[in-house]
Design a binder for this molecule. Structure first.
Ligand SMILES: C[S@@+](CC[C@H](N)C(=O)[O-])C[C@H]1O[C@@H](n2cnc3c(N)ncnc32)[C@H](O)[C@@H]1O
Length: 484
């Protein structure tokens, strides 16, 4: 069916329903009444002034609200003229009712601090248009409360959307689709909205609180700006942070991904997700340990992308240098505010100039996370030698990949979605000692060591395939005249 056919069907259904909608003979629509107390309770959690009810019907919600908070401003919109006629007949003073389509809300930008939508959303053939439209009319920091039907399990929802609803069309119902948490999350991401909570209440109710971020999304940031491989850890950190039981939290990643408004599904697959979470935890722990020993160290995060480790491990003393290619640093500057003791350096790690503005003489801790596998062995050797010669004394925390994985970029679950290719892998971290003098490996930890805490597959991996997963290796380095 076309969008117009769906909408015509809804109008037909609700033209009939309008007369009985708020009576005791409302039949199936009596179900909607169960939503009102929950929406009221949600609204009571914070003050509001200007509220829009999308798909308001005969305005049962606005009536309740108006009785309780008569001084607020209310607007109701509905596609079915008969519903709006019934709403207007209530003659609620100061309330505005409009016949219109919620997929294209006919209001000025940023004119409501609150938008509610109860049991209407499943009638919209273009749900993303509705989310985009809500984004436009909401004020910054405004709230959007969505109540609708849902079902647990993608298979059950598929059945409802593809079998049950088409059958219901035959008896004059205008239902189009019901959605799960991930569908709603994607719509929020694309619209630039932040999903604060998603609950399934009772048998089949979705109760979702969504917010328009206070600051405009990263205005000038587009996908073209971003080194695509940096999107993989960024997406994963954002998605992990949104989980109620998140293992790592990166508010900046959430903010940037929401600002980008792109489909990031291909950048977050199970293995990569678990790997990025594990490496974030392992690198953070290792760095905290090192900073306990050397609180005044200089930390240099090479190939930093959008990493925000500084905010997680800052001890109030460390001097922190993020190094990446000029275009990446330019984008980074747009996303991160200037912070004390943190500096961004535009530099090509394969040149000999990127270190010139970084202070020498202190213990230097270099982080190379998700980086070295994209270089050739020659380039890695050059980079390690340069670090040793320039900084004299310190540590390198490096992510290492196994040669088998390095030869298989095109089968990697997320990197295959980008144009990047792996080149360098080693089966044993000590090979670096042979590659470059002045380096001593202190320990090497397989990412499985962390991943095994969360899945059985990783427990098995940790028993049999430790070296085949990526590892975090810690090296001490010293320049010959520097001594150990
Ligand atoms: C089940 S009623 C819900 C009414 C009310 N929100 C409540 O909770 O009782 C669904 C309403 O959505 C309206 N509707 C369906 N598609 C719409 C659209 N594209 N734009 C605006 N309203 C729409 C219908 O006309 C109907 O009044």
């Amino acid at each position: 069916m076309t969008s117009k056919q769906y909408k015509d069907l809804s109008i037909k259904e609700f033209t009939k329903a309008a007369e009985v909608y708020e009576t005791d003979h409302a039949g199936v629509y009596n179900m909607c009444k169960k939503d009102y107390p929950d929406v009221l309770a949600e609204l009571e959690k914070e003050p509001f002034d200007c509220l829009l009810d999308c798909g308001c019907g005969t305005a049962p919600m606005i009536s309740l609200l108006h009785e309780k908070y008569p001084e607020k401003h209310y607007t109701g919109i509905d596609l079915t003229p008969k519903m709006i006629e019934a709403a207007k007949a209530k003659q609620l003073p100061g309330v505005e009712f409009v016949v219109g389509d919620c997929e294209h809300l006919p209001f000025e930008a940023e004119c409501f601090d609150t938008v509610i939508c109860c049991e209407s959303f499943h009638h919209y053939p273009n749900p993303q248009d509705f989310f985009d439209s809500v984004y436009r009319v909401l004020k910054p920091n405004g709230r959007f409360i969505l109540r609708d039907m849902t079902m647990n399990g993608a298979a059950v929802r598929w059945f409802c959307n593809n079998i049950e609803m088409p059958l219901a069309h035959m008896i004059g119902k205008g239902d189009v689709g019901i959605y799960g948490r991930e569908d709603i999350q994607k719509m929020c991401d694309k619209a630039g909205l932040h999903m604060e909570s998603f609950e399934k209440r009772g048998f089949c109710r979705l109760h979702c609180v969504i917010r328009k971020p206070e600051t405009a999304p990263q205005t000038a940031l587009t996908l073209g700006d971003v080194q695509e491989t940096a999107l993989i850890p960024l997406t994963i950190k954002a998605n992990e942070s949104r989980r109620p039981d998140h293992r790592i939290y990166d508010a900046k990643a959430v903010e940037i991904i929401e600002g980008l408004r792109i489909d990031t599904t291909q950048y977050d697959k199970f293995m990569s997700h678990e790997g990025v979470v594990a490496r974030t935890i392992l690198f953070d722990e290792e760095l905290r340990k090192a900073l306990k020993k050397y609180p005044d160290a200089v930390v240099v995060n090479i190939g930093c992308g959008f990493d925000d480790r500084f905010s997680r491990v800052d001890n109030g003393k460390v001097r922190w240098y993020n190094v990446d290619l000029p275009d990446s640093i330019a984008v980074r500057r747009k996303c991160f505010a200037q912070r004390d003791r943190e500096f961004n350096i535009e530099g090509d790690l394969l040149s000999d100039t990127w270190t010139q503005d970084i202070p020498k003489g202190s213990v230097t801790i270099v982080i190379a996370e998700g980086l070295l596998m994209y270089f050739t062995e020659e380039q890695v050797k050059h980079l390690f030698s340069h670090i040793r010669d320039q900084f004299g004394k310190g540590y390198v925390l490096a992510e290492l990949m196994h040669p088998m994985a390095a030869g298989n970029s095109k089968h990697h679950d997320t990197v295959k979605a980008t144009k990047a290719q792996f080149h360098w892998g080693i089966a044993d971290g000590r090979e670096v000692e042979l590659l470059c003098s002045g380096y001593k490996m202190l320990r090497e930890t397989s990412f499985f060591e962390e991943m095994k805490k969360y899945t059985v597959a990783a427990k098995i991996g940790n028993l049999f395939f430790k070296k085949f997963n990526d590892r975090l290796a810690v090296y001490r380095f010293y320049r010959a005249e520097q001594g150990k």
